[in-house]
Design a protein around this ligand. Structure first.
Ligand SMILES: [Zn+2]
Length: 308
């Protein structure tokens, strides 16, 4: 049984203008390196379906979903915030990205794939219950998690977020939802300028100072995430897999390297093996310099699919 690699050509049609870091080429760079490294030989490819309004409304307000679906420009761009814009293809890409998380959930919980990587954009973890922001429109991972909880009836799901930016959207959606344990590590003082104060007992937020490096990152995982995960005993683990904390990515300054992504994935796999049969669903978030992005994803995926 092979792990799932879920993507869709529509995800590369969304663009926010020339020079925008969240660019369509990100997906091609990842796909090419996974192919060259032979990792795709160990994965089953899937075309992401479109998420339905009902699936989206498990993580977002129904009115927000309706308004976003209706607000795509017919040409040019419509600015959502200073960094985030819709083009005529954005809605279709966002529906595929969220649909990928739903499909990954179905495949992994249905026993058809041991793990899944959703190679999608736009990313999702800044999208709040009723707001698009920070390059994100629908919170893909949150839509997947609510599908696991509300449709498959899971009772305990963990969300791990190692993007260099705090996943404010996921925190907004899961605040007070005791079925979800969210563990995040992010760089303090960066966009979206919050997260230092966890907003509930189901939130393990670790803000690290700039230039913390590998050692501080690994210590935070070992000392703060892993004990919380062990106590929580998740039935499924989701990863908001952002790779912009890499030292070659100028979006942040945490100074991580591929080996850190490999290491953290190994820790998560060990938790997953102990508590949920190794089941992990990982969704791409940030990571903006193509070469370190692709190399970091390859390091993450190699462990995820057991090819290490
Ligand atoms: Zn980020």
């Amino acid at each position: 049984m092979l792990a799932a690699f879920i993507t869709h050509a529509d995800c590369a049609r969304h663009e926010m203008g020339p020079q925008h870091p969240e660019c369509p080429e990100r997906l091609g760079a990842i796909h090419d390196l996974l192919l060259v490294k032979g990792l795709l030989d160990y994965m089953s490819p899937y075309d992401a379906p479109l998420a339905t309004p009902q699936q989206l409304a498990r993580a977002h307000s129904a009115m927000y979903v309706q308004e976003l679906l209706a607000s795509a420009p017919t040409q040019g761009h419509r600015q959502v915030d200073p960094d985030t814009a819709m083009c005529p293809h954005t809605v279709q890409a966002a529906l595929r990205a969220a649909g990928a998380a739903v499909q990954a959930t179905d495949l992994v919980l249905g026993g058809e794939a041991p793990a899944a990587f959703c190679c999608v954009r736009p990313p999702g973890h800044h999208a709040e219950r009723a707001a698009a922001m920070g390059f994100c429109f629908f919170n893909n991972v949150a839509v997947g998690i609510r599908h696991a909880l509300d449709v498959h009836g899971l009772q305990r799901v963990a969300l791990i977020d190692f993007d260099v930016h705090h996943g404010n959207g996921s925190e907004d959606i899961f605040r007070g939802d005791e079925r979800v344990l969210m563990c995040s590590i992010f760089e303090r003082g960066l966009y979206p300028f919050n997260g230092d104060q966890a907003t509930g007992p189901n939130m393990v937020n670790v803000g690290l100072p700039s230039r913390s490096g590998s050692e501080a990152f690994r210590a935070a995982v070992s000392e703060q995430w892993l004990p919380a995960l062990e106590a929580f005993r998740p039935q499924l683990i989701y990863v908001s897999a952002g790779f912009d904390a890499h030292r070659e990515d100028d979006m942040g300054n945490l100074g991580l390297v591929e080996a850190d992504y490999e290491w953290v994935t190994r820790q998560l796999m060990a938790v997953a093996e102990r508590h949920c049969g190794g089941r992990i669903v990982s969704c791409l978030e940030g990571g903006y310099v193509l070469s370190p992005l692709a190399r970091s994803v390859a390091a993450h995926v190699k462990v995820l699919i057991g090819a290490d």
